[in-house]
Design a protein around this ligand. Structure first.
Ligand SMILES: Nc1ncnc2c1ncn2[C@@H]1O[C@H](COP(=O)(O)OP(=O)(O)OP(=O)(O)O)[C@@H](O)[C@H]1O
Ligand SMILES: [Mg+2]
Length: 350
């Protein structure tokens, strides 16, 4: 790789000579240290990391290849702030430089860990809920059957009101149980399609269901085709758009309820397991009241709902389906502007 190619990397890279002095810094390194290439070059690299990093002492051996790749986490000063970074020093052989030092900002890793942790938690929760639902299903059938029998034996038709309540409530619970049990894990039925076919389906369905909402399509026609499970992604996007439409309908608003369905190509995307060079970002933006503050941290959890008639399964399913495609769902919300983004990685193209 020549030095210009290093400039394309988002990770800071410093090239070192046999003395451990900086010979070249890429653009990301200039940004990270807040110093120009000219000021960085010629400087002993350990100076950037302070004396207690112990780097000066370890450097000769590391450059000599004694540790293989030397990895070390430490804190560096940037302005008045400290920042956690992870170093990886890779000795090079028969190259113009003796070694390459990669410096990563650790917030990134922490974020990934948090994301992984959260999705593991959600997965466990969904599993326990499914188990519980299975347990509830059988006795529920019994209760309903018994209420029907009882009704047929009751002479006083006034009392039928009560048995009807039992039957109706048992049916409501059974519907919920069925949604919880519905298999969502099976292998993906992948086909190749354009994301806009999916968006158009959602657009049609939701504009019929919510005629009072001004739905705007803002597509980037250059978005390449994606390989995925059409029906699961359709369900995912539909759940997100329905939520937005419901939020708009239920709120008493002064401005016209408006929903934007937007597609864009995204670059250097931070996903759950890795960073993707290229992906599709589908945004659903509404000008409703916003996600209630007390729900913000948990709306992706199953059975969490802010609506009287909601079951709280919509977003949990979205999360599951999008994750099966290696993607993520995220949101920002404030009054009059809520944006849910479904980010799907694209395979390497070109
Ligand atoms: N665009 C939005 N604006 C405001 N609140 C939202 C929006 N999207 C989701 N929410 C909040 O998140 C909650 C959880 O959504 P989720 O889709 O998981 O469940 P639900 O819509 O309540 O029920 P279900 O989808 O199972 O019918 C909603 O009840 C609502 O309070
Ligand atoms: Mg919903």
């Amino acid at each position: 790789m020549d030095t210009a190619s290093y400039d394309l990397l988002s990770t800071a890279v410093l090239m070192l000579d046999t003395e451990g002095s900086i010979r070249h810094a890429n653009t990301a390194a200039e940004e990270l240290f807040g110093l120009s290439r000219r000021l960085l070059s010629g400087r002993p690299v350990h100076e950037l990391f302070g004396a207690d990093s112990g780097l000066a002492e370890r450097l000769p051996d590391a450059l000599g290849g004694k540790f293989g790749i030397l990895r070390q986490d430490l804190r560096i000063q940037r302005g008045v702030d400290h920042m956690a970074v992870g170093l990886a020093l890779v000795p090079l052989h028969r190259q113009p430089w003796a070694a390459l030092l990669e410096v990563r900002v650790l917030e990134h890793h922490l974020l990934l860990d948090r994301h992984r942790q959260l999705s593991k938690e959600l997965k466990n929760q969904r599993e326990s809920l499914r188990n519980l639902a299975h347990e509830v299903k059988n006795p529920l059938g019994g209760i309903r059957g018994a209420a029907q029998l009882l009704e047929s034996e009751l002479d006083d038709s006034d009392l039928h009101e009560y048995t009807q309540v039992i039957i109706a409530e048992a049916d409501r619970l059974a519907a919920l149980v069925d949604r919880l049990i519905a298999p969502q894990g099976g292998p993906l039925q992948k086909t190749r399609f354009n994301i806009h076919e999916l968006c158009e389906r959602v657009y049609t369905l939701v504009s019929i269901e919510f005629p009072g909402i001004d739905m705007v399509r803002d597509y980037d026609a250059s978005v390449p085709d994606i390989s995925g499970d059409f029906s699961r992604l359709l369900q995912a996007l539909l759940n997100i758009v329905r939520n937005a439409a419901q939020a708009l309908t239920e709120a008493r608003m002064e401005s016209t309820p408006r929903l934007v369905l937007r597609t864009r190509i995204g670059r250097q995307l931070l996903l759950a397991e890795h960073q993707a060079k290229l992906g599709i970002v589908v945004s659903v933006i509404d000008n409703g009241p916003g996600v209630p503050d007390d729900l913000r941290d948990k709306i992706f959890h199953p059975l969490v709902t802010g609506r009287a008639s909601g079951t709280g399964l919509g977003l949990s399913l979205v999360q599951e389906f999008v994750q099966q495609h290696g993607g993520i769902v995220e949101f920002d919300s404030r009054p009059l502007h809520t944006e849910f983004r479904m980010i799907l990685p694209l395979e390497q193209i070109g």
